[in-house]
Design a protein around this ligand. Structure first.
Ligand SMILES: *Cc1c(COP(=O)(O)O)cnc(C)c1O
Length: 308
């Protein structure tokens, strides 16, 4: 499926594009959490989120002349647009008709073509599929892409090299590429470290898929963008089934609280999805061990999040 070698190859691909992101501890945060917490700052990426790693690795593997089509309103769209620009690949992003203006602008500013279509993400997905068939473009899935998982895995190589003694790494889950990548890398280079996933209780599709052993659909009522998926994805779920140690749910209010803790104790801005790992540590200290890393997956807080 995806091996450590794939992640090592991705690191060579990403090296000219992205420096390693910092990972720090903060005494005040450690005090609040009652243990040492390492924060891996993927909010320091040029797109504000970790997904750019996977998108760059995917783009590097395309054949000459290929174009890409995808669907997303958030960080997936931004990362595809950023990586497409870096490799000179034409990119087309379909967003639901009601997508927020600032999200559309962020993707257009990176040079991608944006089409607004459909009442929700499922309709945007169907339109993107049809468009990809029509123009002969490569449809990029937000979850079922081995090159994306391998690219995202480079974050975990960086983390375990700097912090080889971690008991637990906590990863926010939407489609599951980040958590699957963490599992692949931890199993190979930090086998003593447990990987724990976290999702919003208001959109538990990946959690319920992992618990039941089959990809299921669930209502998606979370206000946390990066975790808002309505279904489990096959490839990450296969990896998680073998390697994930545990999977917890936190509610959206706890995620808001964790954003505030990161702002007050670690002087850093997280979007909701980016704070979910800390929310899990604060909610379930019993599961975490003494030395914990949280992946601050993104910092693109919405205007609504910022005003809350
Ligand atoms: C996409 C995203 C996630 C979830 O990652 P998956 O790989 O889809 O599980 C978490 N946090 C942020 C900020 C994201 O953009």
């Amino acid at each position: 499926m995806v091996s450590l070698n794939d992640v090592l190859r991705a690191r060579r691909v990403l090296d000219p594009h992205l420096p390693a992101t910092p990972s720090w501890s903060y005494p005040l945060l450690d005090e609040v959490a009652g243990r040492r917490v390492v924060v891996k700052h993927e909010n320091a990426q040029p797109t504000g989120a970790f997904k750019v790693r996977g998108a760059l690795n995917l783009m590097a593997g395309l054949d000459a002349g290929e174009t890409v089509v995808t669907y997303s309103t958030g960080n997936h769209a931004r990362s595809i647009a950023y990586a497409a620009r870096a490799f000179g690949v034409p990119a087309h992003v379909v967003m639901p008709a009601g997508a927020a203006e600032f999200k559309i602008r962020a993707v257009r500013a990176l040079g991608a073509t944006v089409t607004l279509h459909g009442a929700n993400m499922a309709e945007a997905e169907a339109h993107a599929e049809a468009h990809a068939r029509t123009v002969g473009g490569r449809l990029v899935s937000p979850g079922d892409e081995p090159a994306v998982i391998a690219g995202v895995g480079t974050a975990y190589l960086e983390l375990f090299e700097r912090h080889p003694d971690l008991d637990t790494v906590v990863v926010p889950v939407g489609s599951g590429t980040g958590a699957a990548a963490a599992c692949v890398v931890a199993a190979a280079v930090a086998p003593g470290c447990r990987v724990v996933g976290v999702q919003s209780s208001a959109a538990p599709a990946a959690h319920d898929s992992w618990r039941s052993g089959a990809c299921v659909r669930r209502d998606n009522r979370t206000r946390v963008d990066g975790l808002a998926t309505g279904r489990g994805f096959e490839l990450p779920q296969k990896i998680l089934r073998d390697l994930l140690a545990d999977f917890v749910l936190v509610d959206d209010d706890a995620i808001d609280d964790a954003r505030q803790v990161l702002s007050g104790s670690a002087h850093t801005q997280a979007e909701g999805a980016g704070a979910a790992a800390l929310a899990a540590v604060l909610a379930r200290p019993d599961l975490m061990g003494e030395r914990v890393a949280v992946i601050l997956t993104g910092g693109n807080a919405t205007p609504a999040e910022l005003s809350r």
